[in-house]
Write a protein that binds this ligand. Structure first.
Ligand SMILES: Nc1ncnc2c1ncn2[C@@H]1O[C@H](COP(=O)(O)OP(=O)(O)O)[C@@H](O)[C@H]1O
Ligand SMILES: [Mg+2]
Length: 345
C-alpha cells in the first residue's frame, strides 16, 4: 500500500543465490549500500554491523549485529557465520577491524598480512613501510624534527575522512597546528598538482589482478564524489607495484599526487574498498568487476591478472539516497519515487 504519496518499492535483496561455498561476509558495512548491493547480485551476502541504523545492511541477504571489534567474542562470532553459511571471503569495509581479521587464520579474510594492515592504519608507519619497499612517499617527519621544506601538511597519524588535516606555510604555523590537533600527528610535504586514487585488487598470493586509476575531482568527508577513470600507464604501474610490494590481498586504494617537483608521491593507502566504489565497477570489463572476482576467489577459483584491462574515460558523480524504517526498524519498502532513484533524463 502506498502511503503519504510515496510509492512502494522493495528494498529486499534479490533472492539468495546458492552460495556453493562462495558466500561473502562484509563487516562494518555502514553506509556502503552500493558495495553490499553489488555483492548481493552475485552471491549470498551477509552484512555485519553493530548499528541497527547502518543502512547498507538492508542490501544483504543476512544481516547480523556482531560484538564490538575489541571484544574477544568478535572473531568467534564471525567464524560461526563462516561455518554456517559457507563463507569463502570476509571483506572489511572500514579500517577498524582489518588487522583483527588479518590475525584470525580461521577466517577466510581477504586482507594483507597483519604487519601491513597495522602500518597502513598509521600514516607515519605507512610512510616508512612505503620507503622500505621502494615506493614513493613524500618527505615526512614527526613533531620535533624539522621538515626539509615548507609548506607542509599537518596530518593525524590515524586520521580518516580527511579529518583535522591542516596546511602550514611555515614553521610557526606548523607548530601551531601540531599543538592544536588533539591527536598524534605527522608533518608531511604539501604536494601540489592533481590528486589520484588507484583502486587495486590482489589475490590470495598477493598478485595484483587489476589497478584502475581515477581523478579526484571532488571529495567530501574523505569520500570521492566526483571523478573520472583514466588510462594513465604510470598510475596503473604505481598501483600494481604498490599492491605487489605490500602483498595486497583483496581490495586496496592507493592515493597519490603528481607533484610538480617530486613527481608521484603516495599520501594514503587503505587496505579496503575506496570511497568511490562505483568507479572501478563501471570501468571493469563484463564479468570482471571486483565483487565478481572476489566471489570467484571465494569459490576457490584462481584469477588471471589483467592489470590495465578496463574502460577509461567515464565520469561518475554521486548523490545521497535513503531508506525508511518502521517502528521496529524494518525497511518499509516505501520510496520517494516508484522503483527507486529516477532514471536520468
Ligand atoms: N601531503 C599532502 N599534500 C597535499 N594534500 C594532502 C597531503 N596529504 C593529504 N592531503 C589532502 O588531504 C586529504 C586527506 O588526506 P589522506 O592522507 O588521504 O587522509 P585520510 O583520507 O585518511 O583522511 C587528501 O585526499 C588530500 O586532498
Ligand atoms: Mg585518503
Amino acid at each position: 500500500m502506498s502511503e503519504g504519496g510515496a510509492r512502494l518499492r522493495s528494498h529486499v535483496a534479490p533472492p539468495a543465490p546458492v552460495s556453493a561455498g562462495g558466500a561473502v561476509l562484509l563487516t562494518g558495512v555502514g553506509k556502503r549500500y552500493d558495495i553490499v548491493a553489488a555483492f548481493a547480485q552475485h552471491t549470498l551476502t551477509i552484512a555485519a554491523d553493530p548499528s541497527p541504523l547502518a543502512p547498507a545492511q538492508y542490501a544483504a541477504h543476512v544481516r547480523v549485529a556482531p560484538p564490538r571489534i575489541d571484544d574477544p567474542a568478535y572473531v568467534p562470532f564471525l567464524a560461526e557465520l563462516v561455518a554456517e553459511h559457507g563463507v569463502g571471503a570476509v571483506i572489511p569495509l572500514t579500517d577498524l577491524d582489518i588487522e583483527v581479521l588479518a590475525r584470525a587464520p580461521q577466517l577466510p579474510a581477504l586482507v594483507p598480512d597483519p604487519e601491513v594492515c597495522r602500518a597502513t592504519f598509521d600514516k607515519f608507519s605507512c610512510h616508512e613501510l612505503l620507503l622500505d619497499r621502494g615506493l614513493p612517499s613524500p618527505p615526512t617527519v614527526l613533531p620535533g624534527s624539522e621538515p626539509d621544506a615548507y609548506p607542509v601538511m599537518v596530518k593525524p597519524r590515524r586520521g580518516s575522512g580527511a579529518r583535522s588535516i591542516h596546511p602550514a606555510a611555515d614553521r610557526e604555523q606548523a607548530e601551531f597546528f601540531v599543538r592544536y590537533v588533539k591527536e598524534p600527528v605527522m608533518v608531511q610535504r604539501l604536494l601540489r598538482g592533481p590528486e589520484f586514487s588507484i583502486d587495486v585488487l590482489g589475490d590470495r598470493d598477493g598478485r595484483c589482478l587489476n589497478a584502475i586509476p581515477r581523478t579526484m575531482l571532488e571529495s567530501r568527508g574523505g569520500e570521492s564524489i566526483k571523478g573520472q577513470v583514466i588510462a594513465d600507464p604510470e598510475l596503473i604501474e604505481l598501483g600494481r607495484r604498490t599492491a605487489e610490494a605490500l602483498g595486497v590481498q583483496g581490495p586496496c586504494t592507493v592515493q597519490a599526487f603528481r607533484d610538480r617537483e617530486i613527481g608521484l608521491g603516495i599520501t594514503d593507502v587503505n587496505a579496503r574498498f575506496g570511497g568511490a566504489f562505483p568507479a572501478p565497477m563501471y570501468a571493469a570489463r563484463p564479468g570482471r568487476t571486483y565483487p565478481e572476482l572476489i566471489v570467484r576467489m571465494a569459490r576457490g577459483e584462481r584469477i588471471e591478472p589483467h592489470v590495465g584491462d578496463f574502460a577509461a574515460g567515464h565520469t561518475f558523480t554521486r548523490y545521497y539516497w535513503q531508506l525508511e524504517l518502521d517502528e521496529e526498524l524494518r525497511p518499509t519498502g516505501r520510496d520517494l519515487v516508484p522503483d527507486g532513484p529516477p532514471v536520468p533524463r
